[in-house]
Structure formats: C-alpha cells, structure tokens
Design a protein around this ligand. Structure first.
Ligand SMILES: Cc1cc2nc3c(=O)[nH]c(=O)nc-3n(C[C@H](O)[C@H](O)[C@H](O)COP(=O)(O)O)c2cc1C
Length: 658
C-alpha cells in the first residue's frame, strides 16, 4: 500500500453508518424546528455589564466595534456581548511564568517536611484537572515510609541498569552521569494512578480511545506539578519501572494503572533549563518546528506566513566561523607537536571549530548514523544481481542488529537509526525504524522521471527532519548511511550530472555485476541521461528525473546538519552523490561535510574531487550502510579531542623549535 493510504474502519462498518440523504434532510429539519429562535441572544442574567463591554472595546477585544462600519442594519441579529474576559496582564504573566519555571527536579532536595496544608493545596490542584467524560480516573497514593521507598528505589535501580545496557557506548557514558530519580532523597513520594473502569462502561469519550483514562491522570500530574512549583516544592517524575511490578510492589489493586511516580520535596534551587538540556542529553526544539497551519507539514506560527521547511533550512546555513577557524590554526601551532604534524586532522579540527563557533570544539559525541532506505524502479533494467526484496530484508537485519553497520556502530559507540523513505514493501513497526515513506520505490528512470518534484522535496524534508530529531536528541555528529538495491546506478547518474564525467567513468560494479553487467549498467545510466538531459542548475529537477528517494533524503540530512552546525560524516558513493545534490542547492552545505572514507566505486572519487573533500579512511570498502562513515568517526573525534586536550608549549614549559 502507498504511504498515504487511510483506513477508517472496515468497509462494512463505513457502509452501515453512511447517512441516507433523505433521512439526513428530515433530521436536519427536526433539529431546526427544535432550536430556540434566537439561540445567540444572551439570556438577561448572562448579559454583559456595560463597563465590561467598554473595557473589552478599549482593549480591542472580540467585543470591539469597528467605528467605521456604522450601525448594524435593523434585520441583523443583535450583536453579541463581549467575550468572557481573560486574566489581566500581571495574572497572565504569573501563569506563564509558572509554566516556564516548572522543572523536573532530581538534585538538591531537602529533607524538610511538607506541611499538610501545603500538600493539600497541591492535591486539590491535581484534582481539578480535566478528565475524559469527567470520569476523574485518578487516585493519589502518598508514600512516606522509608521501607516502601527503599523497595521502590530498588525496582528503579534495576530498570536503570536495563536501560543503560541498551544504550550505545557514548550515550551510556553520558547516562552514567545523570541522576534519574530522587526516591530516597524526598520526604514524600506520590503515586498517581488511573482507573480505566471508573465511570462504568459508558464513560463519554473513552469508548473510542481507552488511553484517555491515563491521559486524564497525566493532566492531574501537570496540575500537581505546577501547583507544587508555586509552593516552592520540587517534583521529579520517575518512569524507570516495569509498571506491573510497581503495582504489585505497592500492593495496588490490579485493575489500576500507575501513570506517574513522583518525588516531592523542598529544593535548593529550580534550574532555569531542563536538567537533561544542561547535561547535553537533549535540546529544546523551537516552537516553529511543531506548529502546522491547516495541514501537517505546512509550518507557520500564528500570524506568520507558512514557511517551507527546505527554504527555512537553507536560510539558516552559514559559512564556517572565521574567528574560531583562526583560533584553531593559532592553537595548533602552539600545541606540543611539530607544526602540521597532524596532517589532515588539523584541517578537520579547524573545520570543527568553525562549525561549532568555538575553539576548542566539543568532541562530536554522541553520534548517530541514519540509514535511509529506498527502492529503485531502474532495478527492473537488470542493473543489480540482487533481488529488490533484499532492501526490505536488510532493513530488518539492521533493526535486529545483525548487519556490518551494527557491529561497527557498537564498536564506535554510535546509535543506528533506520529511515524508510521509500522501501517498496510494507515494513512492520520496529524499534529504531522511522517510517517516513514518501512512496514505495521510484519509477524506472530510463522511461520516465524517477519521481515527481514534489516527492523529491518531501524526501529532502525527511532528511532535514531526521537531522533535526537526532540533533535535538543530543547527537553531536551525524553519519550518513543508506540501503537500496540498485542505488549505485542512481548514484552514478547523479554524479555524472554534477561532475560532467562520462557514465563509464562514474559507474561501478555496485554489489558485484560482471563485465557484461557493468557494460549494461553504464549503458542504462547513459540512456537515462540522454533521455532526461537533466539541468545541473535545477537540483530538484535532477533528483526528480534520475534520483533516488534515499539520495534526496541524504541531501536533506546534510542540509539539516548544516543548518544545525553539526558535522556530517559522509559514507560512500550514494552519500557523495547526495552531497552533490546538497551543494547544488546550497553551496555552503559542503562546509559541514567530512568524507568518511573512499569507496571502491569509481563515482565516489569523482564526487569527492568535485566537492573538494579528502576521504579519511581508504580500505576498498563498497558496502554502504554507513560503514565507512562509522569507521571514520573515531578519527573525527580524535581531531577534536587533540585540540581540547593536547598541551601548548607555553603551558607545558616545553621549548619550541624556534
Ligand atoms: C512522562 C514523563 C516521564 C518522565 N520520567 C522521568 C524519569 O524517569 N526520570 C527523570 O529523571 N525524569 C523523568 N521525566 C522528566 C523529564 O526528563 C523532564 O520533564 C524533561 O527533561 C524536561 O525538563 P523539565 O521538566 O525540567 O522542563 C519525565 C517526564 C515526563 C513528562
């Protein structure tokens, strides 16, 4: 099925509820007959007072009258009174300040007891939360006993270990420094539950979405959290539990769900930033990324013009910072080593400074490799000895941890994330899989365009959003990976467009075609280019004509990395082709690229030469999946670490050559 398939219940059910037009008319009439004549007119008791109306008019509120409009015509309905007033500015600011100042607290709790009246106010706030069908499904279990807290603490410790084991090495190192609960440091713990049976079987709204019961309890938690902040009480939410284990350990009735386990107490301070952001674990996402006008993807803040993601990303791409670059070269001259002795690593270290605008730069870890997967219509031309299904099968292999990229990622401590941008099969949901299919494979570009321009843009956007997600999640290096049977044919076509090379020079053997197969592959690329005559100054046109969905997404990934100023380590020939696309869209984007390795595919060196990039690793790899980029990661990290940790001659008291 295609990416945009919607299923609204079964066909039979849809038929059963489809309205009969005749019945509809009758029903409408009966509703109209029952309605009061002037439903809009406020009843006498509700009529706004004159002073309220005047206030609203002055403030230009919804009740304000446009003076130029003149008196309403006699037959027009009487104007509505002013809308119900909001809070005055000071009160409004207090509410917003409370929401800004609320923090999840795990450090700096004090043992001071919480007075009963304070805790009561906090619980009353929680109890005024909205709830599905007004079912008020929450209960609050107050835990003070040290014995119970110790038992719960042990459960959390165990889950902490399980989670730590599941992390890539760089993440695990960061996680070790994080405190994730304050169960034993707080005088009061509060368990917030949801009772999914409360209100009986007809609870309004819950019949369609049973999860509305725990959602309602979560709203009670937010009320509690805000009220606690206003009292100067810190709250830390702990979710490191097997929920059933916790129910059992707390001897709760079996039908209850634990929604939250909260640690509550007075604190030394409320940090201004989330603790995870301060620790570099995550970053706050801007509001403009998440507000969509009318349809998903049409991003716009209220009152602003909708912006397109690609244009917004391009507007944020800036050159390397000249001051930080200068400082890097200056410092490298003073480091305790002969000038230039670190060769290409010195150029790389300076690039990292220019990107991060600091010298020395942060070590680019944690890192994540995004493997964009897609299929290709040109596979039908016999350009690969492998069946197309292998793309989907390899995706499953990546997710199961059985591929070379997984082994290398484990070795270098990176996260593997797989993005289905165009696999020609329905993939089951899986941990680590981002389902972002633009379409199930491209069309055969020897007989028509591979995709539409609009699809090319959507694939680019998938790459941009993946970069945003991985960087917001705290990654400081992005690695490109890709999977798509027949995608070296596509890479060859793209590379030929921007290098001007003959297809014979940039078309390789991919997953292993023989001489005859290779000659045929060259011919396929040549025919496609003759057919489309793609214009290199129209990058989206080129991608639509002879591109691949994963190549477009990789280009977006590079552009996204460039806009966020995070180094992007390129893998092989498909990444090289994608970097050519990115450069054609935004020349400055190349400044974030690091060529991870030199692929055995001939098109790769042609692309790197055109991009002016020097590969770090040269081991005749021709696998893809991000393997070359992963091998290069420690080299990139070493370049940054050298700048951070190597002493200077003056600091170490060592005499320089001169
Ligand atoms: C549903 C939920 C579960 C959470 N679980 C934990 C947790 O187990 N451990 C922890 O340290 N923080 C936990 N937090 C706190 C978040 O890490 C925190 O809200 C986030 O980092 C933003 O920080 P802020 O709340 O200070 O703005 C949880 C928050 C929520 C909403």
């Amino acid at each position: 099925s295609s990416a945009s398939t919607c299923t609204a219940g079964s066909g039979a059910a849809a038929e059963a509820v489809a309205p009969d037009p005749a019945v509809q008319v009758e029903a409408d009439e009966s509703v109209a007959a029952d309605e009061p004549v002037a439903a809009d007119e406020p009843a006498a008791d509700d009529a706004p007072r004159a002073d309220e109306a005047a206030e609203a008019t002055e403030a230009g509120g919804p009740g304000a009258v446009d003076e130029g409009a003149g008196a309403p015509a006699a037959e027009e309905p009487a104007p509505r009174g002013p809308a119900a007033p909001g809070y005055d500015e000071a009160e409004r600011e207090a509410v917003h300040r409370l929401m800004r100042d609320r923090r999840d607290i795990r450090n700096g709790f004090r043992p001071d007891p919480i007075p009963h009246e304070v805790l009561l106010r906090v619980l009353e706030a929680a109890h005024t939360a909205p709830s599905v069908g007004h079912s008020q499904p929450w209960d609050f279990v107050i835990i003070r006993s040290e014995e119970t807290r110790t038992r719960v603490h042990e459960l959390a410790q165990r889950q902490r270990e399980v989670y730590a084991q599941s992390l890539p090495r760089a993440r695990a190192k960061q996680f070790r420094e994080l405190k994730i609960e304050a169960i034993l440091d707080t005088p009061v713990n509060i368990v917030v539950t949801a009772d999914p049976t409360r209100g009986g079987r007809h609870t309004l709204g819950r019949h369609t979405q049973p999860q509305m019961a725990p959602y309602s309890s979560a709203l009670a938690v937010e009320n509690l959290w805000l009220a606690a902040r206003a009292e100067g009480l810190g709250v830390g939410w702990v979710s490191f539990f097997d929920e059933r284990e916790l129910v059992c350990s707390l001897d709760l009735p079996d039908h209850l769900e634990v929604v939250a386990y909260l640690c509550v107490g007075y604190v030394d301070e409320f940090p201004e930033e989330p603790e995870l952001a301060r620790a570099g674990w995550s970053k706050r996402r801007p509001l403009s990324w998440v507000v969509h006008e009318e349809s998903y993807g049409r991003r716009a803040l209220p009152g602003a013009e909708p912006h397109d993601l690609l244009a917004e990303t391009l507007a944020e791409i800036r050159p390397l910072d000249a001051r930080a670059l200068g400082e890097a070269w200056e410092r490298q001259k003073r480091m305790t080593k002969p000038a230039g002795a670190l060769g290409a690593l010195e150029i790389l270290a300076a690039q990292l400074c220019g990107l991060s605008r600091t010298c020395p730069p942060p070590v680019p870890e944690p890192a994540a490799v995004a493997i964009f997967a897609g299929d290709h219509g040109v596979h039908a031309r016999g350009v690969s000895p492998w069946p197309r299904e292998v793309t989907a099968q390899m995706v499953q292999n990546f997710l199961a941890g059985g591929a070379v990229c997984n082994a290398f990622a484990t070795q270098v401590g990176a996260e593997v994330c797989v993005v289905d941008v165009g696999v020609a099969a329905d993939l089951p949901p899986g941990d680590g899989l981002l389902p972002r299919k633009v379409r199930p494979g491209t069309d055969d570009f020897t007989v028509g365009p591979a995709m539409t321009r609009e699809e090319a843009v959507r694939a680019l956007e998938v790459g941009i959003e993946t970069a945003r997600d991985l960087v917001s999640a705290g990654n400081r290096a992005l690695l490109t990976g890709e999977m798509g049977i027949a995608n070296t044919t596509v890479a060859a076509a793209l590379t030929a467009v921007w290098t001007g090379a003959d297809p014979a020079e940039v078309t390789g053997r991919g997953t292993g075609v023989d001489d005859a197969g290779h000659a045929h592959k060259v011919d396929v690329v040549r025919r496609a280019l003759e057919f489309h005559r793609p214009d290199p100054t129209d990058p989206l046109g080129v991608v639509a004509a002879v591109g691949g969905l994963e190549h477009a997404a990789l280009a977006g990934f590079i552009l996204g990395g460039a806009s966020l100023r995070v180094p992007v380590i390129l893998d092989g020939v498909s990444a090289g082709a994608a970097a050519l696309i990115a450069r054609a869209i935004a020349p400055e984007a190349v400044s974030v690229c690091v060529a991870g390795h030199r692929s055995a595919e001939p098109g790769h060196m042609a692309a790197l030469a055109a991009l002016g990039l020097r590969p770090l690793v040269d081991l005749d790899l021709r696998l893809g999946e991000g393997t070359g980029a992963l091998l290069a990661l420690p080299v990139v990290q070493s370049a940054a670490r050298a700048l951070r940790e190597v002493a200077t001659f003056d600091a170490a008291g060592i005499t320089d050559k001169n």
